[in-house]
Write a protein that binds this ligand. Structure first.
Ligand code: GDP
Ligand code: MN
Length: 389
């Protein structure tokens, strides 16, 4: 689950990390009032689940309360497109109005789990303010990587190494170490999968301030954090992804493809996507129905895939184990009947009750082609798509 910047900053502040003074609002009138409480310049920032806002007009410097009103009016209710959001962008329902920070130095800092090593790592760089991908490309030698022991955490000597690498003012070294220690503590205690502060700023009067903040929480650990669960903002999720998560289905939208994939299990999803590529096509999405999906869940799963406007053919690849093929087939047929779907479906179905499943599909009104294996499915997909082109 992603948090908004203002929510992430509140958490950081709870852990003693300095953040700029400011407030979040959904109205231009209130933005004006918040600016009045800030002496000097302020920054108004669109709250969406994406970075890259600065370059897309989502972060503005304002000097007066009239400015605050005008900027808030323009940004609020708009759809902000950044290099991270995809072409549809994300709706801006809130803005954060904060005192502007006088930046002397911008540092990059992130903590996340390294999936290869299976431990938390801390990435820091003196080249903050630009995206990490850009730093990695243009000046990889400026990236400082610290591997943490899950048992020991971020030891004092490692904190010292990091702060030395950042060439910060000597008076701020111990403060910086304290701040990084707190960020690591927050990462562990709140079951984060990512904390990224870009930029972490040294101000012109040598103070350390987190000017931006991104925090993601591990979905599987959310049950331990009911307070964080409440921070979920469904408006930032794609409509179909939201429907899928309401039904506890894992659905992933992919750009540029025509084939909707319904599978059971993540490994099978990967193999199915390989096969669609092999057929010379790209998947439009994949939906993992999981182990023991009910008919109701399958129905919704089929509708979600079929509602994706990019989908021209649906590939169902089922290896029925605990999930029963007849249940899946009934779910698909009922969904197809309700929505009067005409989308061609290519099916491979093996395992528990697969014969019954296949006969339920064949006896339905749907446009079904059932095949023995994935390779044959690939050939059929190829033929069908070349006929429609
Ligand atoms: P992002 O573009 O979504 O990552 O949003 P950020 O919060 O990182 O803002 C983008 C950039 O705007 C930052 O990298 C800073 O360079 C600049 N910026 C943001 N807040 C301030 C501020 O208070 N003062 C100054 N001088 N620059 C700021
Ligand atoms: Mn940023």
């Amino acid at each position: 689950m992603n948090l908004h910047e203002y929510q992430a900053k509140k958490l950081l502040a709870d852990y003693g990390v300095p953040i700029p003074k400011g407030k979040v609002t959904s109205s231009p009138e209130e933005a004006e009032i918040i600016k009045k409480e800030i002496s000097g310049k302020a920054i108004i920032k669109a709250q969406i689940h994406s970075g890259g806002r600065g370059k897309s007009g989502g972060v503005k410097l304002i000097s007066s309360s009239e400015d605050a009103y005008d900027s808030a009016k323009t940004i609020l209710g708009s759809n902000l497109i950044t290099y991270q959001t995809g072409p549809k962008g994300l709706p801006v329902n809130n803005v954060l109005v904060e005192e502007a920070t006088n930046i002397d130095k911008e540092i990059y800092l992130s903590v996340f789990i390294d999936n290869d090593l299976g431990v938390p790592i801390v990435i820091t760089s003196t080249q903050g303010g630009v995206e990490i991908e850009e730093i990695a490309k243009n000046s990889p030698e400026k990236i400082f990587k610290t591997i943490c022991s899950p048992l020991v955490g971020l030891s004092p000597y490692k904190l010292r190494d990091i702060s030395m690498s950042l060439s910060i003012p000597p008076s701020e070294i111990s403060h910086m170490e304290k701040i990084m220690g707190s960020i690591y503590k927050l990462f562990i205690e709140k079951d984060c999968t990512l904390i990224e502060i870009n930029p972490l700023v040294i101000t012109s009067d040598n103070k350390i301030v987190a000017v931006d903040a991104k925090i993601n929480i591990d979905d599987d650990a959310l049950f331990r954090h009911p307070d964080l669960q409440e921070l979920n903002d469904p408006t930032q999720q794609e409509v179909l992804e939201k429907r899928a998560s309401d039904f506890d289905l894992s659905y992933v939208k992919l750009e540029g493809g025509k084939i909707g994939c319904m599978v059971n299990g993540a490994g099978l999803a990967m193999a199915t996507m390989d096969i669609t590529k092999w057929a010379g096509e790209n998947p439009a999405n994949f939906l993992d129905i999981g182990g023991s999906a009910s008919e109701k869940k399958i129905k919704e799963a089929f509708k979600i895939i079929d509602d994706d406007p990019d989908v021209e053919i649906i590939l169902v690849n089922l290896f029925a184990g605990i999930a029963r093929a007849d249940v899946v087939a009934n779910g698909i047929v009922k969904a197809g009947k309700e929505t009067q779907s005409t989308t061609p479906i290519v099916v491979t179905m093996r395992g528990t009750n697969s014969e019954q499943g296949l006969s339920i599909l064949k006896n339905s009104e749907l446009d079904i082609t059932s095949v023995e294996d994935l390779a044959s499915a690939a050939k059929i997909l190829k033929n069908k798509l070349s006929n429609t082109e």
